[in-house]
Design a protein around this ligand. Structure first.
Ligand SMILES: [Zn+2]
Length: 132
């Protein structure tokens, strides 16, 4: 069963926050919703309103993954296609299919960070450059 892309996951709206979670930090689903909103070019204010959280919390989350892009890779934003030896993955942000785990990680992070930062964090290896 293929996993849902962010657009499919939030087709019916944002995850709802329980009143007792009012002061809790964002859960993984809320973080994924923020990433979906950013991909749709929503403002932090609009994302915050939809989720029922403070706009500042949205900005704080964005700051966190800017400082630590590995956080983006902990949210299940890509899935493996078929068998492991095919080394094919699907991005759940945009549904593109990508060969090689390293490349799909680069690709996911590149949805949210500047190209220069991505190149620094995930340099293209020399044997890959021939194929570009
Ligand atoms: Zn993508």
């Amino acid at each position: 069963m293929p996993q849902l892309t962010l657009s499919e996951r939030f087709r019916d709206g944002p995850p709802s926050r329980r009143p007792e979670d009012h002061h809790a930090w964002l859960n993984a689903e809320e973080q994924r919703f923020i990433l979906w909103g950013l991909k749709e070019r929503w403002s932090a204010a609009r994302i915050g309103r939809s989720l029922g959280i403070n706009e500042a919390t949205v900005r704080r989350f964005r700051g966190k993954f800017w400082d630590n892009p590995e956080l983006l890779l902990e949210l299940g934003l890509f899935e493996m296609m078929g068998r492991a030896r095919d080394d094919e993955y699907r991005c759940l942000v945009c549904a593109d299919r990508i060969i090689r785990r390293r490349e799909v990680e680069r690709h996911v992070v590149a949805h949210y960070l500047d190209r220069a930062i991505v190149d620094e964090l995930y340099p293209v290896e020399e044997d890959e450059e021939e194929f570009l």
